[in-house]
Design a protein around this ligand. Structure first.
Ligand SMILES: [Zn+2]
Length: 411
């Protein structure tokens, strides 16, 4: 089936020269076509251009009536599969308890883990599906989802199986990440190395055996896993062919940036706390730097130094970190707004970070993340009265009138 979308006042392609990400200065360039059309064959973009479309062959044509097309958002870091929301803990925090006190009282990740161990695969799938439907309406067309609330082998595998089922049933492109080392289970307090042994010797081989993960992740942080424990997990996974996407430098710098870049991490995520040397090292590497501004907003912690990273040449991505404890919003338009208002990005830079560079952080940017020939027709439609600048300006307000994934209208 070949469909022509015509009469678009703009098609914001983001990229038009096949680059798989943009870094530094390049992030200011967003390719835009005016008075434009796009031809979609079997879900993929087969032609795109400005002005006359008389020469094209198509079976169906859709008049976009002056609206604007842009790529759907790519959320390259989320914890979408979880058992329960944690409003109660939020209320505790508002009543004066710190994140550490809530965790010490059995809250935090361990609270999510306890509920996860009780939930069935079907219950988790249904809850995740309804969350994902809400994200699709807000323009998310690809998402990475982590395990990490299981913290034992059967619950971690259960989470990963739910992610694989979502992948099979959803029009959204999904990548799966094994985050067995997300927090220290109660039984392993004071015996963290033993838990790392369990992750490496038992959980990881089982995950690989069933092909349940595309990536490995670790929470490398004081009170969680130190640098050498984190590196052990990442290196073991690398030997199985699982590349790294890692939680680092959220509250402290443990010196992880250089060894993880050198290991070939696809992305390093969080990065709220970085010294000059780390910014420079990451900015000059092939690793995507992923900022999670929703987490900074919710926890009231510093924002990732996105401006400095881009000025030093980094390929920066934006993601939501959607999770029940520290980042309950999956709204990518809000992340773009925060990146502009708090991290001092330009609109163009934030848009590149939320689309093409996010796709690169999931190794999907050869098939999505921009509107270019050969890529999936994953796009959102915004009414003609809005512009690219309206997205950060409206701070998460949903401006989207229609969403298409793989050429199918889903909203
Ligand atoms: Zn996270």
């Amino acid at each position: 089936m070949t469909v022509l979308y015509y009469n678009c006042s703009e098609i914001i392609q983001v990229e038009d020269a096949g680059r798989i990400y943009k870094r530094g200065e390049e992030m200011k360039d967003v390719a835009i076509l005016h008075d434009a059309w796009m031809l979609v064959s079997d879900g993929k973009i087969s032609a795109i251009g400005e002005g006359s479309y008389e020469h094209l062959n198509f079976e169906e044509s859709i008049n976009m009536k002056g609206q604007k097309l842009m790529p759907s958002f790519v959320d390259s870091h989320s914890h979408l599969v979880y058992a329960a929301n944690r409003e109660d803990e939020f209320a505790m925090r508002l009543a004066g308890k710190s994140y550490a006190e809530i965790a010490a009282a059995g809250g935090g990740i361990l609270n999510s883990a306890a509920k996860m161990q009780l939930a069935s695969e079907d219950e988790l799938l249904e809850a995740a599906k309804s969350r994902l439907d809400a994200l699709i309406k807000m323009g998310t067309g690809a998402i990475e989802i982590k395990s990490g609330y299981g913290l034992n082998q059967s619950a971690e595998l259960k989470m990963l199986k739910v992610i694989r089922r979502l992948q099979a049933e959803s029009p959204v492109s999904i990548k799966s990440t094994f985050l067995g080392a997300h927090a220290i289970p109660e039984a392993y307090k004071g015996k963290v190395d033993d838990y790392i042994d369990l992750v490496i010797d038992e959980m990881l081989p089982a995950v690989v055996e069933e092909s349940l993960a595309d990536y490995i992740d670790v929470f490398c942080e004081d009170g969680y896993f130190n640098l050498s424990q984190s590196m052990r997990v990442l290196e073991a996974a690398k030997a199985y062919g699982l590349p790294a996407k890692v939680h680092v430098n959220q509250f402290n710098s443990l010196g992880a940036i250089k060894p993880m870049v050198d290991l070939g991490a696809v992305s390093l995520d969080h990065l709220e706390v970085m010294n000059e040397e780390e910014i420079k090292y990451l900015a000059e590497s092939q690793t995507i730097a992923t900022a999670l501004p929703g987490c900074s907003l919710f926890l009231d912690i510093p924002y990732t130094p996105g401006r400095q990273l881009i000025d030093q040449g980094a390929a920066l991505a934006l993601a939501t970190d959607l999770n029940p404890g520290s980042a309950p919003s999956g709204n990518m338009a809000l992340m773009i707004g925060l990146a502009c208002s708090q991290m001092k990005l330009r609109t163009e830079e934030a848009l590149v970070a939320a689309t093409l560079n996010g796709a690169a952080a999931m190794e999907l940017s050869e098939e999505l993340g921009s509107l270019e020939i050969g890529k999936w027709a994953n796009f959102i439609v915004i009414p003609s009265e809005f512009s690219m600048a309206s997205i950060p300006y409206h701070m998460g307000h949903n401006l989207i009138s229609e969403v298409y994934l793989k050429g199918e209208k889903v909203v």
